[in-house]
Design a protein around this ligand. Structure first.
Ligand code: NAD
Length: 467
């Protein structure tokens, strides 16, 4: 068993540290935020990750993991140190490496023995050599500190599962022995291990994340076409997903991708290209589609309700994805802000992210549950696909609303069942159901894709042929 230090008690660092402790290693977690350190000492987990509190408590109480803000203490006797600090975007999209630099400098100044430095944060190509330079510049002794790039592929909301079931472990280094030593730590997990150079490891993380973003943006663009032609994108996706060349993941059309990773990694890759004078046309389009995607909801609501001024809209789900309390670049922020600009009153509920949301969106009325949200609303919009929203009593929900309009921003509900429950239902790239219900309670009947297509067909038929 090894002595491992992990820097940064965020989604990645906290899960990695706890996971290594569970595998039997002796782990020290280093965190600069004193409130995070004291919360963890009290066995309070500062983030929402299924399974993490139980795992932390057990390993903490059995002494396999400790937490500290002191680098000398936190690195004492360690064989490995993993850097898992944040790398958010700066204004121009450049990944901000100030926390990585600070962590590297602190390691160099505090380490007293030989140490393998593993870089887990998502960083632009070339960062491992930057870290190696910092370590060499500030080290207080003659020890070598090989740097291994070990990008992290875990998903928030499933991070504990992903730690123990990684799809692949990537270790890149110019020091093969160091890469092998880091790879060996993951051996009990039995996943494929790829040993490569630092730059390949760094690029593989960006390519993987941006490819996921591209798949979703592709489906979102297809959804616009499906809406227009009255085709159900969910069925199209299920047919596509049967092709083993594609696989079925990340084919869901919806309100687009948010969170702390995909948006910043798309920006990071675009920045990397720009700094070498290269334009990435596909990736630029992937980003642009995603920027527009949340506003589809506004257009759908305008079509269904007429002017949004003075309307009350209920939002189900605020976090950027289910299973997480993370509000970073959540789609709910864009949807709600735009609806507020249009003059709407917003009521909302999320099982985990209400506190974080209240700091960002203070004008929203936060409710105890989905039923309280629905009460008196002109429309409901499902923004985050928490499981509990799939279990709602839809009849009860529809009956509580002023107008039974439901826009499913994640295509997770069954259109037929929603229609049966009394809703006018629309997904994203999914046929609308139940427009008849709006007759008499709206100024005019909403235009469907089919209506538009029919109008265009008529217009074409009326075009003179003897030009
Ligand atoms: N969140 C994810 O799902 C995910 C998945 C894969 C990769 N990543 C990458 O992993 C990295 C970390 O992401 P995160 O979401 O865990 O970040 P986070 O912001 O949740 O956590 C970072 C933690 O590091 C601490 N910290 C910052 N500087 C420090 C220092 N010098 N010493 C000690 N602690 C310090 C912060 O206080 C914070 O608690 C990022 O590069 C991210 O892109 C994230």
């Amino acid at each position: 068993m090894s002595n491992i230090s992990v820097i940064g008690a965020g989604y990645v660092g906290l899960v990695t540290a706890t996971g290594f402790a569970e595998l039997g290693h002796s782990v020290k977690l280093l965190e600069i935020s004193p409130s995070r350190v004291s919360a963890l000492e009290r066995n309070e987990i500062p983030i929402k990750e299924p399974g993490l509190p139980r795992l932390w408590q057990r390993n903490h109480s059995e002494g396999r993991i400790t937490v500290t803000g002191n680098y000398i203490q936190g690195l004492l006797g360690s064989d490995f140190v993993f850097i898992a600090v944040g790398t958010p975007s700066t204004r121009n999209g450049k990944p901000d490496l100030k926390w990585v630099r600070a962590a590297a400098r602190s390691i160099a100044e505090a380490a007293s023995g030989p140490l393998i430095v593993a870089l887990k944060s998502t960083v632009p190509v070339g960062t491992a050599s930057l870290v190696a330079d910092i370590l060499a510049r500030y080290r207080k002794n003659g020890h070598a500190y090989p740097v291994v790039s070990n990008p992290e592929f875990l998903r928030e909301g499933a991070a504990v599962y992903d730690f123990f079931n990684p799809t692949r472990v990537v270790v890149g280094s110019s020091d093969h022995k160091a890469a092998e030593a880091v790879g060996k730590l993951y051996k009990p997990l039995g996943s494929p291990l790829v040993i490569c150079d630092n730059k390949t490891a760094e690029m593989s993380k960006y390519a993987s994340n941006v490819f996921l973003a591209a798949r979703v943006s592709f489906m979102n663009e297809m959804a616009i076409l499906c809406d227009e032609y009255d085709v159900d994108i969910v069925k199209v996706a299920s047919i596509m997903g049967l092709d083993p060349r594609f696989g079925s993941g990340y084919l869901n059309a919806g309100l687009g991708w948010g969170g702390s990773c995909l948006p910043k990694d798309v920006r990071g890759l675009l920045y990397m290209a720009k700094s070498r004078g290269i334009s990435l046309h596909i990736i630029r389009a992937v980003q642009r589609i995603n920027q527009q995607q949340p506003y589809i909801v506004i257009r759908k609501l305008q079509r269904l309700l007429g002017s949004l001024e003075g309307k009350t809209v209920g939002i189900l789900g605020l976090s950027f994805k289910p299973g997480s309390d993370d509000m970073r670049e959540a789609r709910s922020i864009l949807v709600i802000s735009r609806l507020e600009d249009e003059g709407c009153r917003i009521r909302a509920y999320d099982p985990a992210a209400m506190e974080g949301s209240a700091r960002l969106l203070p004008r929203v009325v936060y409710c105890r549950d989905a039923y309280e949200v629905a009460s008196g609303c002109d429309a409901l919009v499902l923004v985050t696909e928490w499981d509990e929203f799939k279990e709602l009593d839809m009849k009860k929900l529809a009956a509580m609303m002023k107008r039974p309009v439901f826009v499913d921003g994640r295509n997770v509900l069954q259109p037929d069942a929603m229609f049966e429950a009394g809703f006018v239902y629309e997904g994203i790239g999914r046929r609308g159901f139940g427009y008849k219900k709006l007759e008499g309670i709206l100024p005019s009947r909403p235009r469907t894709g089919r209506n538009r297509a029919a109008r265009r067909k008529t217009a074409l038929a009326e075009e003179p042929t003897n030009r």
